[in-house]
Design a binder for this molecule. Sequence first.
Ligand code: NAG
Ligand code: NAG
Ligand code: NAG
Ligand code: NAG
Ligand code: NAG
Ligand code: NAG
Length: 444
Amino acid sequence: MFLPFELFKFIFCTLTLLLIDLVLCYNPPKRIYHNSEIIDDKLLIFSGWTNIADYTFELFYLDLSKPFDNNNLTWTLIPEGSLPIHTYQSATVLSLDNSTIYLIGGYMTNKITHNYDYSNLVYAYNYPTSAWSAPELGGDIVPPRQSIRGVIDNSRIIYIFGGFNATDLVNNTGDLYNDMNTLNTVSNTWTTLSISENIPIRCSHYTANILPNGIIVYIGGIEKVSSFAASFTLVNINQIKLFDTENLEWSYVNATGNEIDSRIYFTSVLTPDGYIFIFGGSTYAATNASLASVSPILAMLDTNKNSFEWSIPSGSEENSPPSIYGHTANLYNDYMIITFGINIDTRLYSSEVYLYNIKSNKWVTTFTPSKPSTTTGSSTATSNPVKTSSPEKKSSKSLAIGLVTGVGIAVLISFIFIAIFVFRIKRADQLRQRPDILEIPGSD
Ligand SMILES: *[C@@H]1O[C@H](CO)[C@@H](O)[C@H](O)[C@H]1NC(C)=O
Ligand SMILES: *[C@@H]1O[C@H](CO)[C@@H](O)[C@H](O)[C@H]1NC(C)=O
Ligand SMILES: *[C@@H]1O[C@H](CO)[C@@H](O)[C@H](O)[C@H]1NC(C)=O
Ligand SMILES: *[C@@H]1O[C@H](CO)[C@@H](O)[C@H](O)[C@H]1NC(C)=O
Ligand SMILES: *[C@@H]1O[C@H](CO)[C@@H](O)[C@H](O)[C@H]1NC(C)=O
Ligand SMILES: *[C@@H]1O[C@H](CO)[C@@H](O)[C@H](O)[C@H]1NC(C)=O
C-alpha cells in the first residue's frame, strides 16, 4: 500500500512542477514586427508576426531585476494581459507615469474572425490592472496605418508621423502618409496638425526618438519621392527630419561622419547623454525575400553637435550579433536589449536576446541589473507608483498557483480513481491466485 502512494506523490509533485514551469517559465513563439516596453523592471513583449497559422496574443516579459545569460532566458507569461486583437508593425508608446502602453496602428486582425479589423486604431494596456481597453477617442479621424513609430512629450501628447497604408492586403501595396497626428492622452483626442511649411516627403518604416528639448528625430525608412513614382525608395540616412513639438515645425539636418547604410526595419534607442544607437535593419525591396543586410549593423548618432554626426563605436563589431531585422530594442540602464526579429543571412527567426553595453561599447552575453542605488539621490529615489506595487507578478503567480492547484487536484483525484481500480484488479487477480501481472485498466 505504501509504494503506490509514494509513486503518486512523486507523480503529483513532478506534474505540479511541470505546470508551474508551463505557466511561469513560458516559451514564447519567435516573432518579427512585435512591440516591447519596459515597466517596473520588466521587459514586456507582445504582438508581432509569428509566421505560423496561430496568431499570437500573449503578453510576456523578461525580468530585468535579476541577472541572466542571453543563452538561458526565463520568460514569464502574463495570462490576463492577453491582447484584444492581433497586430504587427504597430507603434507603442509608454505613458510618462509608466502605467499605460498605447498600442497604435499596424496590421490589425480580429481575434476571433481573423479578418482585418480597423475598428480601433488605438488600444491601451493598463499595467497596474493588467487590462487592455480601446479608449474612446475624440477629435480628428486618423486613417489606419502601419510601420509607424510614436513618441510622447512632457505634456503627455503622442506624436505619430506618416506611415504606410496598405490598400491591397494581398500584394501588400499601398500609399505613404506625411501627416503629423497627435494623440493627447489627457483629453483622449486626436489632432491632425495643419502644417504648411517644410512638410516632409511621404514616409514610413523610420525610427523616432524625442530629445529632452522636445525635438523629435526621425531617421531612415522609405519614402515616396513624387506622387508619380512607381515605387518607394530608401530615405537617405544622413537626411534627418526634425520635428519641434513646441513650435510644431519641421526642419532638417544633414548628418556627417561615418558612412552608414540607409535602412528599414531597424531600431533606435536614445541614451541620456544624447546619442541615438541604431541597430540592424535591411535594405528596401519589393518582396521581403530580396531584403539584404546593411552595414554597419550598429551605429550611433551624436545629437549634441549642431550638425548631427554618425560614428561606429570602436569595439561594436566584436562579438556582434548577426544582421537582423524586424526586432525590437529597449534601453535599460547601460544595456540596449534586442529581442527577436529575423536573421537576414539565414532567414531564420531569432529567439536570442542580444545585449549591448552602451558604456563599454561592447556586446555582452550576461545581464547584470545595477543595484538599487542609494547614492544617486532624489531624482531616482522619488516615488514610483508602479514600482512600489507589483500586481502583475502577484496576480500571474496567484493565477498560476490557482491553475496548478486546480489541475493538480484533478490529476490527484484521477490517480486515486486509477489506484482504486488497479488495486481492485490486483486484489481480484490475487484472489484468483494468478501471477502478479501489471494490467492496463480496461484491457480485459
Ligand atoms: C538558467 O537560469 C536559471 C535561473 O534563471 C538557473 O537556475 C539555471 O542554473 C541556469 N542554467 C544554466 C545552464 O545556466
Ligand atoms: C518610469 O520608468 C523609468 C525607468 O524605466 C524611470 O526612470 C522613471 O522614473 C519612471 N517614471 C515614473 C513616473 O515612475
Ligand atoms: C488604408 O486606408 C483606408 C482609408 O482610410 C482604410 O479604410 C484602410 O483600413 C487602410 N488600410 C490599412 C491596412 O490600414
Ligand atoms: C495583386 O497581385 C495579383 C497577382 O500578381 C494580381 O492579379 C492583382 O491584380 C494584384 N492586385 C492589385 C490590386 O494590383
Ligand atoms: C542637405 O543636403 C542636401 C543635398 O546635398 C541639400 O539639398 C539640403 O539643402 C541639405 N539640407 C540642409 C538642412 O542642409
Ligand atoms: C514576407 O511578406 C509576406 C507578405 O507580405 C508575409 O506573409 C511574410 O510573412 C513575410 N515574411 C517575412 C519573413 O517577413
